[in-house]
Design a protein around this ligand. Structure first.
Ligand SMILES: Nc1ncnc2c1ncn2[C@@H]1O[C@H](COP(=O)(O)OP(=O)(O)O)[C@@H](O)[C@H]1O
Ligand SMILES: CC(C)(COP(=O)(O)O)[C@@H](O)C(=O)NCCC(=O)O
Length: 316
């Protein structure tokens, strides 16, 4: 039985063909080579898919950016304050292995090529995971990706800094190779026009403070949010396919945390990969990621072949 929860919010539903018609005269600015370069391991997105799905989306986003800018102008007129650039923040959520990175990278490339050449930055939320030493100390090393594995206060503070126009905001860097946050390594985000934030947890509520302190959720800072959706069985298959590909590539590196998987027999490694899916990523999907789907402005629903089959757009 499909355990996915129906989004409570009312959405417009589109088939892929209906959605792609909304592209109107939005021009394709990526080549087949660009799409190949931007997609991640095991994501087969084609130029045609990018045109059909992402051009209507970039057209929609250009309307949203304009609308948010107008709202901002209203507030500066009301307050009689000087006009200040406020970054537009897009969130990309969904399960491990659903293809968030590919979506975020394609979107970034398309938005950068808008006529006004906006500065578009991309961050992944894994940089806000607690380092392994902290996870170990708290006994939650097996809960990486779960809400409590992130420094949520730091993540919210980061988004607040970006929204308030702060320059040179530092973001910690997570390495899949060493399976940990890299000490002392940061990327700097400097007043972008658009920021894309990609991660499992982007639509999740934060912890409620025990005292009467004010609370903000990451989603309070998002101007537009996208949830990439797929059936549990497809996600498991994609995770396992990627796992076996990584075993032939990244895991071969002796410094990879998962190097031992490259040295085991295929059967043994497969059993361990399956265990990672079943004991970490699947429960996190069911308990913490999927319940946030109904909060997204846009839901992109993928079929077994990774292609988007249905689009849902929240009514405003
Ligand atoms: N163990 C790993 N080693 C190297 N790269 C990885 C590993 N796990 C995931 N990745 C890469 O990290 C990125 C993010 O993966 P993930 O969080 O599953 O999100 P998604 O598949 O939705 O983009 C992807 O580009 C993926 O290929
Ligand atoms: C690093 C992740 C938590 C994803 O982080 P995100 O960028 O979505 O915040 C995830 O890819 C991960 O490594 N999960 C732990 C279990 C696993 O190895 O798949």
């Amino acid at each position: 039985m499909d355990k996915r929860i129906k989004p409570p919010a009312p959405y417009h539903h589109f088939t892929k063909a209906q959605w792609s018609n909304l592209r109107a005269d939005e021009k394709m600015t990526l080549s087949r080579e660009d799409v190949k370069r931007l997609r991640t391991l095991s994501d087969p997105i084609s130029l045609e898919e990018a045109e059909e799905v992402y051009l209507p989306l970039t057209r929609l986003l250009s309307f949203y950016v304009e609308a948010v800018q107008s709202l901002h102008n209203v507030s500066t007129r009301f307050l009689d304050t000087p006009d200040q650039k406020v970054p537009f923040i897009i969130g990309v959520a969904g399960s491990v292995a659903v293809g968030k990175s590919t979506t975020a990278r394609i979107l970034r490339a398309l938005l950068q090529r808008w006529p006004a050449s906006p500065k578009v930055d991309l961050v992944t939320t894994d940089g806000f995971l607690h380092p392994n030493a902290v996870l170990e100390e708290r006994g939650i090393m097996e809960r990486k990706g779960f809400p409590e594995s992130y420094d949520r206060a730091r993540f919210v503070a980061f988004l607040a800094d970006i929204k308030s126009g702060k320059a040179d905001v530092a973001v910690p860097v997570y390495s899949h190779l060493v399976y940990d946050v890299v000490p002392g390594e940061f990327v700097t985000i400097d007043r972008p026009d658009i920021l894309i934030v990609e991660g499992l947890n982007i639509l999740q509520p934060g912890e409620l403070p025990r005292t009467g302190k004010p609370i903000l959720f990451a989603s309070d800072f998002l101007d537009f949010s996208i949830y990439i959706d797929a059936a549990e069985s497809d996600l498991r298959d994609w995770f396992m396919e990627r796992f076996f590909r990584l075993r032939e590539t990244a895991f071969q590196d002796p410094s990879s945390f998962f190097h031992r998987f490259a040295q085991m027999s295929e059967k043994e490694a497969g059993a361990l990969g399956k265990m990672v899916w079943e004991t970490i990523n699947l429960p996190n999907l069911v308990d913490n990621v999927l319940p946030t789907r109904g909060r997204a402005d846009l839901v992109l629903k993928k079929g077994q072949s990774h292609m988007i089959e249905e689009v849902q757009l929240r009514r405003v």
